[in-house]
Each structure stands twice: as structure tokens, then as C-alpha cells.
Design a protein around this ligand. Sequence first.
Ligand code: PMV
Length: 316
Amino acid sequence: MREGRGRAFGKIILSGEHAAVFGVPALAAGIDRCADAVATSADEDAVIFASSPAEPPSRELTEALRRVRRVLAIEQAYRVTLSTDLPAAAGLGCSAALGVAASRALLAAEAREGRPPDVLEAAHAWETVFHGNPSGVDATVAALGGVVSFVRGERPEAITLPQPLRFVVGHTGQGSSTKSMVEGVARLRARSPEMVDRTFEAIRSVSRNLRLALEAGDTKAIGQLLDMNQMLLAGLFVSTTEIESLCRLARAAGALGAKLTGAGGGGCVIALCEDGDTAAGAVESAWTQAGFSCFSTTIGAVKDAPVPPPAPSPTS
Ligand code: PMV
């Protein structure tokens, strides 16, 4: 029996979601929440979750696994057991992190090196099952970690921060489908091309200036640019009442800036806070009191750790 393990991190998008699908630069960062996969050689492909081992294997995930095997030219079938502390359909890159973790687990089981280009291509194939037309930003950050400047079809660039940045991530409590949100923006663009393209150009400027602010460690400017990006996303109709409440509550509690992360229509909001526990604590308690769940995370300090600590073998 062959067995391998893989791990990958979730992400937050600092700027450029939706516009990234049309080639505008996006900035995204790995967070310290992750997905793990254990791959065991088997007679046929199957993907299950460690949290619900009795459930039948998911058809979509098993199809995604087949696509990954095809990209990696692996003939052996595998049973893959997944686990994650990332909420699904929340803009935190859960599905891409699972894809990267599964790809790494297969490569480890085959005693092959998990080189980033292979892992990226495999995770992209995994993502196409769920997202139709993914830009690749989620898979890229899940595979590389750190803070990344991403342009569709181009080599991603790592960005070095002078100091880590503290964010609080709040959940609207509503899931959303990236695929249908992306399709919604495409429909809006077909109806109002000038308006949408002008918005994308404004988002391009936000990404350009945000990269400079990140590299300079100018937290005030970073916060303002996050707010600006949120306004532009609202103009694309991907914000919701809950997202706007989370942003408003965070700013009132002292956050430097706040925006949705990912496709919107639900999912999560990120709020940038001054360093230390006091500012993040104020945002956390404002959100918790309003009934939203949240957690704190730091970007720019995450190190990619492809191999998780030993865990018990899966049951099959
Ligand atoms: O998968 P999500 O919800 O984190 O969204 C990814 C970012 C989008 O720009 C909305 C889609 C894409 O493929 O770039």
C-alpha cells in the first residue's frame, strides 16, 4: 500500500477579486488555516472527509481527483481523506487548498517531488470542477503561501512585507458560490461593458498602489485602499447587507480598513487592524456581539509547510 500526506493553506484576497478573472492584478495572502490530505492507494478513486467517514465519496471531488491524476500522469487510483479548518464557500480558498493538499499527498505517495508548477497545474484542474472559469489566484496562493501578486496567465510574484499584518476575518454566516458570482459579473459586463471596465481599471490602480503600500509597510494607506476596493466591489453588486454591516462595524471598532474577500454574495470580510491584540480584540468583540463568528490571522509571517505532522492512517 502506498500512502502520502499533503497540506496547503487558505488565503485572503487583499485586492482584485473578480477583476482578476479579466487579467487585472490581484494581491492575496496565505493565512494560518489549512487543508490536509492523506492519499492511500486503492482499487478505485474516492474522496471522503475525515469528519464524516461514513458518508459516500463525493462525486464532484472524486472527479476532481481524477483530473489531478491525469495532470500528474499518475496511473494508480487513490482514496483521499480530506480535513480542513477553513469554512467552505467563504472566500478563504478552501476548495483550492484541498486541491493543493490532495495533489501533494498523491505526489508524496508516488515518492515524487511536489514541485510548485506541477502542484499548481494539478490544483487548477481540481478547481475547474467547481469554478468553471477560475483565474487561478486561489490555487496559486494555496500552492505558494506568503503574499503574492497574481496576474492571470503570468508568473506570480512574491511580495515581502517589512512586518506581518494583523487581520480579523468575519463570516457573514452565508455561503456563496464563486461560480455563480463570477457569472453574475460577466453578465453585468455584457450589459454595461463601459461601467464594468472602468471599475476594473480603478481596481487595477488599487492593486498597484496597494502593492507599494504593502512593501512600504504603510498600514494607514493599506486600510484606505481596502476600503476603496470594497466600494468598487459594491458597484459590481457582489456585496451584501451582511458584508456591509461587517465592514461598518469593523471600521467603527477602529479597523484601518475592511472589505470582502473572494467572490462576495456572502462569505467572509477581512478587517486590517493595528498590530497587537487590542485593536483586533475590539473588532472581534464588535462582530461577536452582532452575532458574527470571526477569527484573527496574521499575513506575511506564514511559512509554507507542505508536510503535515504524522496523523493516524485512514480507516480503509
Ligand atoms: O474562490 P473565491 O470565492 O475566493 O473567489 C476567487 C476570486 C474570484 O476573483 C472571485 C474568482 C477567480 O477565479 O479569480
